[in-house]
Design a protein around this ligand. Structure first.
Ligand SMILES: Nc1nc2c(ncn2[C@@H]2O[C@H](COP(=O)(O)OP(=O)(O)O)[C@@H](O)[C@H]2O)c(=O)[nH]1
Ligand SMILES: Nc1ncnc2c1ncn2[C@@H]1O[C@H](COP(=O)(O)OP(=O)(O)O)[C@@H](O)[C@H]1O
Length: 215
């Protein structure tokens, strides 16, 4: 939706770390995929996980799937920006090329939980934008988890039990969006991303531009 007549879009700027978190089943994967499809300026930060792939998930696309020993090795070698245990498995954000790419204006999308969000925020407050997605109700959350058809009854029960604890972290986010209708939730998330890209502090190209305007 980039407007070619908007000069701001062409000025140099720092990239941002756009974090989407939610209780499991509220829709963050759905919204993330819509954003990645619609906006070619943002890339997914692909996490490393010890959880087994779900049907249709591809190694290196949705996650890097590793075993416990490989995850231990990565922790020892300081390969992670942050990592956390979730639902009996471990998840981590590999450092990769993120830091340098941010300087060059590349935006990254993170689908991570509140623990990872806190760790990233502590490391890099200026680049992090924290968005939390809430379900319209607990009953609807359970309906969505069941409807997704990817988890056993036990896993669904564990996710539901954890949902309240996850929701309790809502106030550690900059933005909170309720995902009732998926299209309006997505539209809100895009508005947030657009506004954050326009923040003065991120637009490094403004200094030479304004200097020229005033010359
Ligand atoms: N801290 C942290 N959490 C992650 C990372 N990757 C995924 N998660 C979180 O781990 C949780 C479980 O993810 P997943 O197994 O894909 O199930 P989902 O809840 O259906 O998305 C979600 O809350 C994710 O946001 C990561 O790299 N770091
Ligand atoms: N607004 C919505 N209305 C109805 N169903 C939704 C909505 N958003 C997502 N879903 C569905 O709910 C299920 C869980 O969504 P998902 O994106 O996998 O959640 P999460 O990544 O937060 O665990 C999926 O089957 C998805 O298609």
């Amino acid at each position: 939706m980039a407007d070619s007549t908007n000069r701001s879009d062409k000025l140099a700027r720092r990239g941002l770390m756009f974090i989407l978190s939610s209780p499991s089943g509220a829709g963050k994967t759905t919204i993330s995929r819509m954003l990645l499809d619609a906006d070619d300026e943002i890339k997914l930060s692909v996490s490393v996980t010890t959880r087994p792939p779900r049907p249709g998930e591809k190694d290196g696309v949705h996650y890097y799937f590793v075993d416990d020993a490989e995850f231990d090795r990565m922790v020892e070698e300081d390969d992670f920006y942050e990592w956390a245990p979730v639902f009996g498995h471990r998840y981590g954000t590999p450092k990769g090329r993120i830091r340098n790419a941010l300087k060059e204006g590349q935006d990254f999308l993170f689908d991570i939980d509140w623990q990872g969000t806190q760790q990233l925020y502590q490391k890099d407050q200026q680049d992090v934008v924290r968005v939390f997605i809430l379900p319209p109700s607990i009953a609807e959350l359970e309906r969505r988890l069941r409807g997704r058809g990817t988890d056993t009854d036990e896993v669904i029960a564990a996710r539901m039990e954890r949902a309240r604890a996850e929701i309790s972290h809502w106030d550690a986010y900059d933005y909170v969006v309720i995902n009732e209708d998926v299209d309006s939730c997505f539209a809100k998330v895009r508005e947030i991303l657009d506004a954050e890209r326009t923040k003065r502090q991120r637009q490094t190209g403004l200094i030479p531009f304004v200097r020229e305007l005033m010359a």
